[in-house]
Ligand binder design. Structure first.
Ligand code: GAL
Length: 373
């Protein structure tokens, strides 16, 4: 696995900014109207199966992807983890796979599905060759998939998994669509195991049960649902009694999590033994409130997150976060890029492509941090 170098990432961030500036005027009403016309024109081709579409793309491909256009839309740029992901994705496509930087365009969905759908329409109108999409709402996948299918453009969904029925439809109808991500059940289980691996299995006050608060991501998102469920399940499966004091959505956001943790610490005080956060950005927020309340991680409270943001991994090393789980954005971005190329070459692609998570605890945190830097 090739890891991005810091300098490269910064250089790419500026390439990306230039690319974005270049297309910032594309969301005009005129472009939208053109998109509507183009969509109508392409409806005639709707019956062509996506496999045929992928084959057509392959025929047009000379084996050299440098003239192929990749349209990427991220659910919102203002997300720590997805920022690492998109930086690696652009680096990999341009440096390792040979796409020209001007042919790799990344749009900010700004957390607004209507806006993102409009961006995707524009990619279709401008005849992009393949799309890599991190949907604002995974439930929009059927509609977006049909738009891409009608235009004969393959689509690689990343990070926010469409539901199983939609994924099955891609196989049964031969649609050139796929998902690249991680099984969030695994990350939840690892979080629970990290609590079980502590000296008192999370029961700091010895009252026979683990009392916790759960700070969730966006609950529409399967990652948030599974991490919430499976972190606690790991404890109960091991025969540990649990008590949920509070569960609240923090939308993956540090500031929101800080507020939630602050209120919970005020309300429940020493009763809280564990704070589960569905991601590290929120664990960073929770830590601010834990410290402000004069509590000490790993002594009188445990704290776990997911992603392995460098700051969080450093906190694990320093004993300020009990553990995290590496959400491998390098492997996911590279898999998404490789699969985009497979589509362009007309090769067959599995509907679901999963990358493994891994645990990050005090034992291996330094090793993980060295890889991230
Ligand atoms: C998760 C990640 C979160 C957030 C979310 C966005 O996989 O852990 O930090 O980026 O994706 O969908």
């Amino acid at each position: 696995m090739r890891l991005a170098k810091k300098a490269t990432a910064i250089a790419l961030a500026s390439v990306m900014a230039m690319t974005l500036a270049g297309c910032s005027s594309s969301n005009t009403a005129a472009t939208t109207a053109a998109a509507t016309t183009a969509a109508a024109e392409t409806t005639a081709a709707a019956t062509e199966s996506a496999k045929e579409a992928a084959t057509t793309a392959a025929e047009a491909t000379t084996g050299d992807v440098s003239d192929k256009k990749v349209g990427i839309s991220i659910y919102k740029f203002d997300d720590n983890f997805m920022t690492l992901y998109r930086t690696e994705l652009v680096r990999y496509l341009t440096e390792d796979l040979g796409f020209k930087s001007e042919n790799v365009v990344v749009q900010d969905g700004k957390g607004d599905q209507a806006e993102q759908t409009n961006q995707i329409q524009n990619f279709i109108t401008q005849k992009y060759d393949v799309l890599i999409l991190n949907l604002v709402q995974a439930s929009s996948a059927p509609e977006i998939t049909d738009m891409c299918k009608e235009a004969g453009i393959p689509v690689v969904y990343i990070n926010r998994e469409p539901d199983a029925a939609e994924e099955e439809r891609w196989s049964s109808e031969g649609i050139a669509a796929t998902y690249v991500g991680c099984d969030a059940r695994q990350s939840g289980t690892y979080q629970g195991e990290e609590i079980l691996e502590t000296s008192n299995k999370g029961d700091i006050n010895g009252d026979g049960k683990v009392s916790y608060i759960m700070i969730q991501g966006d609950p529409e998102n399967v990652d948030a649902q599974y991490r919430t469920e499976f972190s606690v399940k790991a404890l109960t499966d091991a025969g540990v009694e649990v008590e949920q004091l509070l569960m609240q959505r923090g939308d993956w956001d540090q500031a929101k999590a800080q507020q939630i943790a602050q209120d919970a610490l005020n309300q429940y005080g020493d009763k809280i033994e564990v704070i589960f956060c569905n991601n590290d950005a929120m664990a960073l927020g929770a830590l601010q409130s834990i410290e402000a309340a004069g509590r000490k991680v790993n002594e009188d409270i445990y704290l776990v997150g997911v992603d392995a943001l460098t700051e969080a991994v450093q906190n694990v090393i320093d004993g300020k976060q009990t553990g995290t789980v590496f959400n491998d954005h390098f492997a996911q971005a590279q898999a998404a890029g490789d699969i985009a190329v497979k589509f362009l070459k007309g090769e067959s692609v599995d509907p679901v492509n999963m990358v493994d998570y891994s645990k990050v605890t005090q034992e291996n945190a330094q090793e993980v941090l060295d890889k991230l830097k």
